[in-house]
Every structure is written in C-alpha cells, then in structure tokens.
Design a protein around this ligand. Sequence first.
Ligand code: FAD
Ligand code: SF4
Length: 524
Amino acid sequence: MRQAGPKFETTDEVDFVIVGSGAAGGVLAKELSSNGFRVVVLEQGPYLTPDQFDHDDLHVFFENALTNKPQLQPTTFRKTSQDKANPQPAVMYGRCVGGSSVHFTANYWRFHEIDFIERSKHGPVAGTGFADWPIPYADLEPYYTKVEWEVGVSGLAGASPFDPPRSKPYAYPPLPVKSGGVIFERAAQKLGWHPFPAPMAILSKPAAGRGACVHCGYCLGFGCEVGAKSSTVASVIPIAERTGRCEIRPDSNVFRIETNERGRVTGVAYFDSQKRQQFQKAKVVVVSANGAETPRLLLLSASKLFPNGLANSSGLVGKYLMPNSFLEVFGVYEHPLNDYKGAAVSRILHDFYEAGAQNGYCGGGGLDSRLAVTPVGFGLGGLPSDAPTWGSAYKSLLREYFTRTMSVSTHGTSLPVESNSFSRHFHRPPRRSEEYCLFDGPRLGNPPGCRCTQDLAPTRPGNAVFRASPRNLPHGQRLENVGYQCRPSCTRCPQSLPMRREQFCYLGARPADHDHPGARLPGC
Ligand SMILES: Cc1cc2nc3c(=O)[nH]c(=O)nc-3n(C[C@H](O)[C@H](O)[C@H](O)COP(=O)(O)OP(=O)(O)OC[C@H]3O[C@@H](n4cnc5c(N)ncnc54)[C@H](O)[C@@H]3O)c2cc1C
Ligand code: SF4
C-alpha cells in the first residue's frame, strides 16, 4: 500500500528537493527525512503500487509501461562526433517511482577492492581517463552493509573466495538455485572456478510487510507484485514517507535548476501532471536522475553565470560514461530446464573479476548463469534468426527451445573514454520533454566475456549448444546503436566482436555458422 506522505506547497522553501526517485534518490529521501530534513522528491514517472504491476509482456516491453518512452522523450545517437546524430532510442531506464530499481535484474554484488585502485595497479591506458577512485573500498564497506540490510539483499557471505571483506553477513539467505545454476556450478567447478549463490536484491524470506520471492519469472523488466524485489519503492521510500517529512511528487518532470545572482540554487522548474509549469523552492537540490538524465538536466540549467551548465567548470559533465558491458551465450539442452522460472540469476563466479594487464586488457567482471525471458519475448526473439517464424515448425521449435534454454552472461566494466558522452541540442524555449540528447557510441574496453564465454562453451556438461546472442549489448543499448570493438590489445579475442552477425548453432544450422567448436547437438 502506498503510504500517504506530507504535502508541501511549492512556495515552501523545503530543505531538499531530490530530482528522481530511483536507486539513489529513494535512499537519499529516506536518509534525509529520517534525519529531520523536509524533502520533496520530484519524479517524472507515475507512482505505481504492487497491484498495478502485471505480467503483460506487450504492455511492459512494447508500450514501455515502466520505462522511458522514446516517443515522449526522443533521443538522437551518433557513433562519432563527425557523424550526424539521428533520432534513435539510445537509453533505457525505469520511469516511475523507484526508477530503474523497479524493473532491474536485482544483481547486487559489491565492488571489489581492485575497482577503487585499478589505475595505480595497472597503470595508464592510452586514450582513456582511467583513474583511481578518491576513496578506497574500506571507506564504503559500512554503507554497503547498511544498504544491504535496509533494502534487503539475499546471499551467502564467504561463499566466494574473491569477495571483498564485509562486516556482516547478508540480510537474508540465498535464493534457491535454478536448473541452469546447477549446470553452471558443476561446469565451473570442473574447470577449477569458484561459483557461488548470486547476491540478489530480492527477499528470500518475508520481511517488513513485504512478501518473499514467489519465483514468478517475470522479474527483469517487470515490477514485483509481492514486493520481494528490493526496489526503493518497495523498501526505503515507504520509510521516508512514514517520517512525515518526505513528499513523493510523481508525474513531475524537472526541466531546469534555477540559481540566483550569487550562484546558489533556489529551486527547480518542472511540469506537473497537468503539464503546467511549476517552481518548487528549496535550499538544496539533489540531482539523482540517473547517468543519462542527470547530465542532461545540469547542461539544460545553463545561465549567464554558468554558461556551460551547472557543476560543469571542468567541462566534463556528461562525458566519460562507463556503461557496463554485457555478453550472453545461450545453451539449448536436450532435456527441459524450465530455467525461465524464478529470479533471473542464481549462480555467479568472480574468478575473472580482476583481469590484469597480463591478459592484454584490464577491467574484468563476473560470469553468471541466467535466463530472464518471458514467453512473448522468447517467441519474438529467442530463436535463431533463420528459424521459421510461423506455423507448426515455429511452434514446435519454440516449445523445444523455451523450456530447454539457459544462458551464461558476463557483466564487465568499460574504460572511461571521453567521447562516450551525452551532449545537448535543445529547443528554446524548452518544450515539455523534447530536448534531444546526443550519445556517442560506446567504445568499450575489452569485455571479459569474449574470452570467458568461449572457454566455457566447449567444456559444458551435457549436450548443450551455445550461441552468441544479438543481445550482447551494454545495458540500455540497442543493437543498432553499438559500435562495439575489442581493444586492439586484446590478444585472446580473434576478432572484433561481429555484433551485426548472429553466431548461432541449432538443429539444422549450417556448420559455417558455428563459432564455438564442439558446441553441437547431434545432427547439428
Ligand atoms: C534492464 C536493466 C537491468 C538492470 N539490472 C541491474 C542489476 O541487476 N544490478 C544493478 O546493480 N543494476 C542494474 N541496472 C542498473 C540500475 O538499475 C541503475 O544503475 C540504477 O537504478 C541507477 O540508479 P539512479 O538512482 O542513478 O537512477 P534510476 O534508478 O534510473 O532513477 C532515476 C529516476 O529519475 C527520474 N528522472 C529522470 N529525469 C527526471 C527529470 N527530469 N525529472 C524528474 N524525474 C526524472 C527517472 O524517471 C527515474 O525514476 C539495470 C538497469 C537496467 C536498465
Ligand atoms: S521472480 Fe521473485 S522477485 Fe522477481 S518479480 Fe517474481 S516474485 Fe518478484
């Protein structure tokens, strides 16, 4: 149930206005209001309650029920600054109270110590802004623990030898393993690797008025109907509202942060649910509108005093974006796995988390077993591209594949490259939600997956067929957006990843289509 928070007047100078109620904004709202401050959270999306989340794939994925809508908020995209930027969906994020934490996959492992000191350890990488963090892991550890317990994270402390030190175990025991997780675990152990239960921001036991995961399988992309997924709307936002000092104001699209002649913020201008322009006064403005919208709003708030936008004396706002890289290979087994059930991920390993310079690249990541597809999504994109698309042959292939498929995914870092950036191109006067933003295509550091996934495929147990997926993209990116290259220094990967060419192998495929030797079904 939605808690009724206070209502502030726009003329009330509140202590804090928070723009965006997602993973960051929700936590800040709870912290600030619990510490006595008066807070207004402005969220452009609706306030949805668990009874409004459903399993309607078409509504959620094709009508962007929970995410930003390209029709309403068009973006343009270009691969290099020399190219013409064309209208094209370029980013995807949660657009509702709770932000992207509502529809996210809920993987919740911590950064490792190496993430904070990579530059000192591996040295500079030419053409990048590779740098250490200004703080070490140890400074953040108490806050990781606090968040894990307050939002609700399930996992098994000490299960991975690569885990950074922690002051407390996880708040809840791990979620049950899925069939794909069992296969992954056995295969990885055979290879001498160290799989462990995936830390997930999902309750494995009921708590704080929220249900435990019922393994509905409509998780990635969907809101959780039982409140088990630890989005900020399920976990910390209700606490903030209960303080009586935090108002969540949905359907409020902020388009400008105002400053006075002394350069201090005075509040924010926004469009309300009736598309009327409003101004909320505040002493402090927190911009937690995610990696895409935060720089856009800061750039749009340029003034005489700040001609390059707010907080941009360095000129770096919106630059050096580091999307996480994501590669996925699918395995089709001869027996049903029903891996579509439950939360997306159940087993993971971090043996390649710290891929040092000796591998020809730096910046590693995790490998996990997962399946996060729904029937409609799988029916439209789960089969190899030259599979039949209608009729009984299509139906029987779909029946065969949907129940027998699992995937192994990688999630790696990317290098900070200046041209991975947002810039603005906006209409004057600003019209509601119509400012374009430009996004240079990511030129990523080498994703660890181009090595690990190929290693894993031939050694899989059972008769599985693995194929690379056309969905091997950084989160929030679409295939056509990505100029994806391995860095030339990546010696293990034989070629730039041919992202436009699907590599697949399934019953009846031509041998020339195989990219994973040994990964064949009988008759393939
Ligand atoms: C499909 C998908 C799967 C993911 N899976 C994982 C995962 O498994 N594990 C993980 O750690 N991370 C995952 N992420 C990433 C994670 O969700 C984000 O990193 C995180 O939510 C970012 O938090 P944030 O608060 O910065 O932004 P968000 O959570 O995106 O919140 C920003 C909020 O600001 C609002 N907003 C934006 N502009 C304005 C404006 N002008 N006015 C008012 N409101 C505005 C947005 O509507 C949104 O609600 C995933 C992301 C996606 C897209
Ligand atoms: S799989 Fe579990 S956490 Fe995910 S939406 Fe279903 S019940 Fe919620």
